[in-house]
Design a protein around this ligand. Sequence first.
Ligand SMILES: Cc1cc2nc3c(=O)[nH]c(=O)nc-3n(C[C@H](O)[C@H](O)[C@H](O)COP(=O)(O)O)c2cc1C
Ligand SMILES: Nc1ncnc2c1ncn2[C@@H]1O[C@H](COP(=O)(O)OP(=O)(O)O)[C@@H](O)[C@H]1O
Length: 322
Amino acid sequence: MWRTLDEIPDDLGPTAVTIGNFDGVHRGHRAVVARSRAVADREALPLVAVTFDPHPMAVLRPDHAPSVLTPVPWRAELLGAIGVDEVLALPFDRAMAAWTPEEFVRRVLVERLHARAVVVGANFRFGARAAGDTAALVDLGREQPADRRFTAEGVVLDGGPQVWSSTYVRTCLAAGDVAGATEALGRPPAVRGPVVQGDQRGRELGYPTANVEVGPDVAVAADGVYAGRMRVLGGPAGTSRPDDPAGFPVAVSVGTNPTFAGERSRRVEAYVIGRTDLSLYGAEVEVDLSHHLRGMAAFDSVDELLVQMSQDVEQARVLLGG
Ligand SMILES: Cc1cc2nc3c(=O)[nH]c(=O)nc-3n(C[C@H](O)[C@H](O)[C@H](O)COP(=O)(O)O)c2cc1C
Ligand SMILES: Nc1ncnc2c1ncn2[C@@H]1O[C@H](COP(=O)(O)OP(=O)(O)O)[C@@H](O)[C@H]1O
């Protein structure tokens, strides 16, 4: 992945380019990338995906900054898995926001990426005050001198009644609607992060939970209890690994543990069903949330919480086919 224009190798040959935020790499993004890949193959060009970090809205309207579905390294991994050869994650700032569409095309597409074919989602806008659209991109490509000319196209997305969008996924997550998010993403929503220490209470309750640290700007499903899977992506020597490549079956609590006083921070805690022997501190994990079981509750006693937790775990086990 290239993090700045300067990191692009000077000897880079001609390329095909797709541009977008690609946050979530949802079904709409995948349709755009599939079309880009086809164009790149037709022209025998490598495919570069250009994205922005942070999200332009976080710079232009910080109070309206969208939460992040997939931080850039993970986004790049997902893009790589669907046929993108290189990712350029441009550091978006006020100076870049002021570039006109012509300037963006010249500085990024022409001078650095040597674009011959550009594919974007039909609603893509770029340049200062979002002045550039697909038609402008087509014209700018055509107007270049012959050795710098590129084609451009906007892919019209047909998601049926619901056009897939990152905003739609965020709305689903905020409502705890992991089924809706799964439909739009084409995979269950997930968080990634390291397993950190909690209050060491889980093991006393009989349900040790791996506390997954997620960044403050990351979109997490609404507070509640979920069933899902946990994959171990890496970790120190001695880290437990699931036998099943699909990961460990987990019951997950998202929230502030309101039964216990004095806790404020929001946590994602995953209990691996039926195990108490795991070693996960320091591991990098991915937790998928495939089923919403219930909302978060403040119980009057720990015993009442434990009765409910055992029901949750049983329900999760059945839903996950265990
Ligand atoms: C399946 C499941 C359901 C949970 N439901 C609730 C709940 O409704 N209310 C609550 O306060 N805590 C709930 N918890 C969180 C427990 O309070 C938490 O796991 C426990 O305090 C251990 O915290 P620790 O990992 O920091 O030691 C739940 C945890 C799990 C695994
Ligand atoms: N079934 C399990 N699910 C999750 N973590 C487990 C499990 N069995 C053992 N562990 C280990 O126990 C830790 C969680 O124990 P817990 O008492 O809840 O401590 P903490 O409050 O620090 O999360 C996990 O980080 C992991 O290393």
